[in-house]
Design a protein around this ligand. Structure first.
Ligand SMILES: Cc1ncc(COP(=O)(O)O)c(C=O)c1O
Length: 427
C-alpha cells in the first residue's frame, strides 16, 4: 500500500528547515568585504577587486576582455550596443526568457523579434530563426536559459549567411559550455548577471565579455557616461564621446563576486551531480521527467525543471492540471516548487501594448512596419510553461540526502496520484 500523503495527514517527507538558501557564504566572503572597507577604495574601473574579477573572468571564459557591471541587464545592454546594433534595428531572441533579455534590446531603441523554443532544451529553436530575418535584422540573441547552452552551430551558420551579430544572454549560464568552449568566450559579445540567485552570485551585478577590441572600447565607454575614465590618480578629461550610462558596480559587490567565483566550478559540479541524480531517478517514476542534456554542451543547472506527463500515469487531464495538483501535494511533503514565467515574453503587456519609451518608440522608428506581438504565436513556449515546474533547493549547500528525500517525495505523490487529483478536485 502506498504511504499516506502529508496532505492526507501522513508524515511529511522533507523535514522542516532542511532546505538551505543560495548562495552559500562564509568567513571568506565577509573578510573580502571587510578588506574593501580597509582599502578605502569603494568603486571605479581601476579598483582592485574590479580589475582582478575582470582578469579572472576573461581567463575563465577564454576571451580577451571582461567588464564588471552593476547588473546583468546593463551587461546585456552593453553587449547589444557594442555589437553594433542601432536604433530601429531588429534583434531576434527567444520567446522564453526573463524579459530583461528583450529589455536590453529595447534599451538601445532596437526592436525585439521573438522566436519559439526547442521544446526539449527550452532554448531558441534555430530552425525557426530564418523566417524572422528581415533587412532590418542586426543580431541574434540566444539565451542560455537555466544554464542550458543554446545550439550555437546552426545559429552561427544563419548569422554568417545573413551577416548578423550573435549576442549571448548568459545571465543564467556561468560555466556552461558549448562544444567544449565556455559561454562568454564565444563571439561576439555576452552579458552575465550575478544577481542573488545566479550560479555566480554577488547579490547584484553583471559581467560583459568579448574578444573584440572595438566592442570592448564601446562597452567600456558605455559603462561610464560615454567617457574614457583613466585609472584612479590620473586626470580625467571629462569629455563624453557618446551616450553612456553609469553601469559601474560597487567594490563590495566585486569583492563578493571574486570570493564566490573561487567556488563556482565546485558549486556547478554539485548542481550537475544533483541534476543527474534527480533525472536518473525520475526515469523510474512515471509522470515526471527531468531535463535532457544536449549533445552539444554541458548545462550548469541554474534551476532544475520538472516536466509533468499525465498520460504516463493514466490521467485524462492537462499537464497543467496534473502539475497544479502535484505541486500542492509536494509542498505538503516539504518539497517546494515554483512557477518561473507565466507567458512568452511577447505576451507581456509591454509588448502587447507596445509600451516602450512612449510615442511608440522604438517601434515607431520603422513607420512602414506593422509590429504585432501575441503570446499565442509561441505554442512551444506556452506548452513548456504549462507542463513544467521548478524544484527549489537543487544547489549546494544542500546535499544528496535532500535530493534522495526529493525523489522519495515525488515517488510518494505519484504512487498516490489518484488521491492527489481527487484532493485537488475537492479544493
Ligand atoms: C535570462 C536573464 N536575462 C537577463 C537578466 C537580467 O539580469 P539582472 O537581474 O542582473 O539585471 C536575468 C536575471 O535576472 C536573466 O535571468
Amino acid at each position: 500500500m502506498a504511504e499516506k500523503l502529508a496532505l492526507d495527514g501522513g508524515p511529511r517527507t522533507v523535514p522542516e528547515g532542511m532546505v538551505r538558501t543560495w548562495p552559500p557564504h562564509d568567513e571568506r566572503d565577509r573578510q573580502a568585504i571587510m578588506d574593501v572597507f580597509d582599502s578605502d577604495i569603494f568603486h571605479g574601473n581601476s579598483a582592485p577587486n574590479a580589475v582582478a574579477m575582470q582578469e579572472k573572468w576573461a581567463e575563465y571564459c577564454g576571451c580577451k576582455y571582461a567588464l564588471v557591471t552593476n547588473s546583468g541587464t546593463s551587461a546585456l545592454h552593453m553587449a547589444v550596443a557594442s555589437a553594433g546594433v542601432l536604433p530601429g534595428d531588429e534583434v531576434i531572441t527567444s520567446a522564453f526568457s526573463f524579459w530583461a533579455s528583450a529589455a536590453a534590446i529595447l534599451h538601445h531603441c532596437a526592436i525585439p523579434v521573438f522566436v519559439d523554443i526547442d521544446p526539449v532544451h527550452y532554448t531558441i529553436a534555430p530552425e525557426l530563426i530564418e523566417e524572422k530575418i528581415t533587412e532590418r535584422t542586426a543580431a541574434i540573441m540566444p539565451v542560455h536559459i537555466h544554464g542550458m547552452p543554446a545550439d550555437l552551430d546552426p545559429i552561427f551558420e544563419i548569422a554568417e549567411r545573413h551577416d548578423l551579430m550573435v549576442v549571448h544572454d548568459a545571465c543564467q549560464a556561468h560555466g556552461a559550455t558549448y562544444g567544449g568552449q565556455k559561454i562568454g568566450g564565444i563571439p561576439f559579445t555576452t552579458g552575465f548577471s550575478t544577481n542573488r540567485s545566479k550560479n555566480l552570485s554577488s547579490g547584484e551585478g553583471g559581467i560583459f565579455t568579448t574578444d573584440d577590441d572595438d566592442a570592448y572600447e564601446h562597452a567600456r565607454r558605455m559603462r561610464e557616461f560615454g567617457e574614457v575614465v583613466p585609472p584612479s590618480g590620473q586626470q580625467r578629461e571629462y569629455n563624453a564621446f557618446g551616450l553612456g550610462w553609469n553601469y559601474r558596480p560597487h567594490e563590495f559587490v566585486n569583492a563578493f563576486m571574486l570570493t564566490q567565483f573561487s567556488r563556482l566550478d565546485e558549486n556547478n559540479a554539485r548542481r550537475i551531480e544533483f541534476a543527474h541524480f534527480l533525472t536518473e531517478s525520475f526515469e523510474d517514476i512515471p509522470g515526471v521527467a527531468g531535463p535532457a542534456e544536449p549533445p552539444w554542451g554541458q548545462p550548469v543547472y541554474y534551476v532544475y525543471v520538472v516536466e509533468f506527463r499525465p498520460e504516463e500515469v493514466g490521467l485524462d487531464c492537462s499537464a497543467g492540471e496534473m502539475k497544479a495538483a502535484c505541486v500542492k501535494a509536494l509542498a505538503a511533503e516539504g518539497i517546494s516548487m515554483g512557477q518561473w514565467q507565466t507567458r512568452p515574453i511577447p505576451g507581456q503587456d509591454v509588448f502587447l501594448q507596445k509600451q516602450g519609451f512612449g510615442r511608440g518608440v522604438p517601434w515607431a522608428l520603422n513607420p512602414d512596419v506593422e509590429y504585432e506581438y501575441r503570446g499565442e504565436d509561441y505554442p512551444l513556449t506556452l506548452e513548456f510553461i504549462a507542463a513544467h515546474s521548478y524544484l527549489r533547493g537543487v544547489y549546494p549547500p544542500n546535499d544528496m540526502e535532500l535530493m534522495r528525500l526529493y525523489v522519495d517525495g515525488f515517488r510518494k505523490v505519484i504512487d498516490n496520484i489518484d488521491r492527489v487529483m481527487e484532493l485537488a478536485a475537492e479544493a
